[in-house]
Design a protein around this ligand. Structure first.
Ligand code: MEV
Length: 319
């Protein structure tokens, strides 16, 4: 049996991180320049039920049985077995690699889950639907950080720009794949500071629990920026998007999820010709983004590197 390979892209949040956890909308787009990959090969020389997992990026080489049940990889694999109704899997080797930086706001955890779910269900002859893939990846996200909004698994599963609002009790998530009337260029800059989303999301929750009113007001203002940004993207009004990014950044600073290094990179991007700039994802490290004129992307990327960014990616947002 030939090996099965599945891949999944990274993602960035264009507008609305953190507020999206509290039911406000957010906009995210896939980043196909970085990817997670799962390769599943049969091992007919081993007894059924034998599953070896290799994930060199995190230094893991183990048998499924050796991993604790709440390990995100064993949790994902066992849930795929249950979803496709398999009690004793054929012997296999699963190799997971990824070019998506970890703890950087680019969705590496969700992308690994999605590549693995897709590859494994296909290997077992029962490929899961997008809805099943996304909802299983959401369950894994909950292991990574207790209260994910669900936007990462959604945008990565569908590999399209999405306007997303988290479900209210008893209601389904609102996922809109909306029209990008004019393509635009986003420059992504890595601060090089690892910052697990679980920590920033947890800190924001504690601060909100202590003093809800000002945070609720900030979340509502972010939601309003997101809705204006969606209108602008749908109308091809790119000139409006830059100032909206700056406004979103200011609100994130007030929530307390920026940091000196991100503030610096955002400032350098603006001073070097970006239309607007903000952090993207959990914040306090990880990546920032800037809306840039396509022809200046390289020069602005160079300015970010000189200002301390450890890596840059240029990506186009299109339908
Ligand atoms: C993570 O990509 C974005 C956050 O809003 C967390 C979430 O939505 O789960 C910070």
């Amino acid at each position: 049996m030939p090996a099965i390979t599945a891949t999944a892209p990274g993602k960035i949040i264009l507008f609305g991180e953190h507020a999206v956890v509290y039911g406000h909308p957010a906009i995210a787009v896939p980043v196909n320049q970085v990817r997670a990959r799962a390769i599943i090969s049969a091992r007919p020389d081993q007894p059924s039920g034998w599953v070896r997992i290799q994930a060199p990026n995190i230094g893991l080489d183990a048998l499924l049985d050796e991993l604790p049940g709440d390990n995100p990889l064993s949790f994902t694999i066992n849930h795929v077995f249950a979803a496709v109704d398999i009690t004793r899997a054929p012997a296999m080797e699963i190799r997971i690699t990824s070019t998506i930086p970890i703890a950087a706001g680019l969705g590496s955890g969700a992308a690994v889950s999605i590549a693995l779910i897709r590859g494994l269900s296909k290997f077992l002859g029962k490929p899961l639907s997008d809805e099943q893939v996304s909802s299983l990846a959401y369950a894994v996200e909950k292991l990574h950080h207790g209260t994910p909004s669900g936007i990462d698994n959604t945008v990565i599963t569908y590999n399209k720009p999405v306007y997303f609002s988290r479900n209210k009790p008893g209601k389904a998530d609102q996922v809109e794949k909306f029209n990008v009337a004019r393509s635009f260029t986003i420059l992504i800059g890595d601060s090089g500071i690892p910052s697990p989303t679980a920590l920033t999301v947890g800190d924001v929750r504690s601060a909100w629990q202590e003093n809800r009113e000002p945070y609720d007001r900030l979340f509502t203002s972010i939601g309003a920026v997101v809705n204006q940004a969606k209108e602008a993207i749908q109308a091809g009004d790119i000139a409006t998007l830059g100032p909206l990014m700056d406004e979103n950044q200011e609100l994130l600073v007030r929530i307390g999820v920026s940091c000196e290094e991100l503030d610096h990179l955002v400032r350098v991007a603006r001073e070097s010709g970006a239309f607007g700039s903000k952090l993207s994802g959990g914040g306090r490290g990880g990546n920032m983004i800037a809306l840039v004129p396509g022809e200046s992307a390289k020069a602005i990327a160079q300015a970010l590197i000189s200002a301390g960014a450890t890596n840059t990616i240029v990506t186009m947002v299109r339908n």
